[in-house]
Design a protein around this ligand. Structure first.
Ligand SMILES: CN(C)CCCNS(=O)(=O)c1cccc(Nc2nc(OCC3CCCCC3)c3[nH]cnc3n2)c1
Length: 285
């Protein structure tokens, strides 16, 4: 760890602390996610190894970059060194707009959507567009807290980064994978996950639909006081319309992702054929 100078703590995640660090050789600011695996059971340790290996193998401009991992055996700690996203996460942006009663511009929402489709496409299909090199990777925990911005100035150069693959799983046999226990209020849980059916790439598309809906309305699409009521609303799949200021394209986009039937939801391949998405991607590059 003498390669890095420790800076302030910026938060604490599920298994430990996250702090800013400065790489001494070039003063680059990074983050160090500290994970105390003393508290972990065998299954969680295995999950951690899976997560670190997933991060190590994912290289994409819209996925938080993984630099290295440092194991500190005597203190039962693993450090994961990742890129620092100056703009913070989307949860902070949504809270700010809710407080100031301002709307998030539609242009920005299309930029977030198209970059997350690129990130999910990399996870689901890999850069070669098929899974010959590796099995599909599902994020499984797509939510505003896990989507970071490269800068806090919001313009068309703002890069959106998918982060925190805490619950990601490598699915070698999609049928085999069943619902895992969830932590926190699962606002973005898909109908198939509630019905304990197989979780697959279309479940990440459902969560993306919830996230885009929340950027338009500053509220999750399904809310309830209890998890039972929440599950009922999600399975019904009825959502309030988004504000009239947003276009019909945006309305139809959200509806296509929040379809209770996962086979009817478009895949990242379908979206990448969409003219508007391609134009957004062209604008970013
Ligand atoms: C959950 N959020 C609403 C809490 C506030 C969120 N803003 S914040 O933490 O202060 C903040 C402000 C400015 C820049 C950044 N950049 C950043 N943050 C990460 O993780 C944040 C951490 C995730 C787990 C929960 C605690 C927060 C990164 N991980 C990899 N690269 C990262 N870059 C963060």
């Amino acid at each position: 760890m003498d390669k890095y100078e420790l800076l302030e703590v910026i938060g604490s995640g599920s298994f430990g602390m996250i702090r800013k660090i400065r790489r001494k050789k070039d003063n680059k600011i990074l983050v160090r996610k500290e994970i105390d695996f003393r508290k972990m059971n065998e299954k969680e340790r295995k999950q951690l190894v899976t997560e670190v290996n997933i991060l190590r193998d994912l290289h994409h401009p819209n996925i938080v970059k993984y630099y290295e991992r440092i194991i500190d055996k005597e203190n039962y700690l693993i450090y994961i060194i990742m890129e620092y996203c100056e703009g913070g996460d989307l949860a902070v942006l949504i809270q700010k707009c809710r407080k100031e009663k301002t709307m998030i511009p539609e242009r920005f929402i299309w930029l977030v959507f198209s970059q997350l489709i690129l990130a999910l496409h990399e996870c689901h299909y890999g850069s070669k567009g098929d899974n010959s090199q590796r099995p599909a990777i599902l994020h499984r925990d797509l939510k505003p807290d896990n989507v970071f911005l490269s800068s806090n100035v919001i313009n068309s150069y703002t890069h959106v980064k998918l982060g925190d693959f805490g619950l990601a799983r490598v699915i070698d046999n999609p049928e085999k994978d069943f619902a895992q226990t969830y932590v926190g209020t699962p606002y973005y849980m898909s109908p198939e996950l509630i019905n304990e059916q197989a979780y697959n790439n279309k479940s990440d598309i459902w969560s993306l639909g919830c996230l885009i809906y929340e950027l338009c309305t500053l509220e999750p699409p399904f809310q309830a006081r209890t998890q039972i009521l929440l599950a009922k609303k999600i399975k019904e799949g009825k959502i309030l319309d988004i504000p009239k200021e947003y276009s019909q394209d945006m309305r139809l986009l959200i509806k296509s992702m929040l379809n209770v039937s996962q086979s009817k939801r478009p895949s990242t391949i379908d979206f990448l054929k969409n003219e508007k998405v391609r134009f957004c991607i062209y604008e970013i590059n």
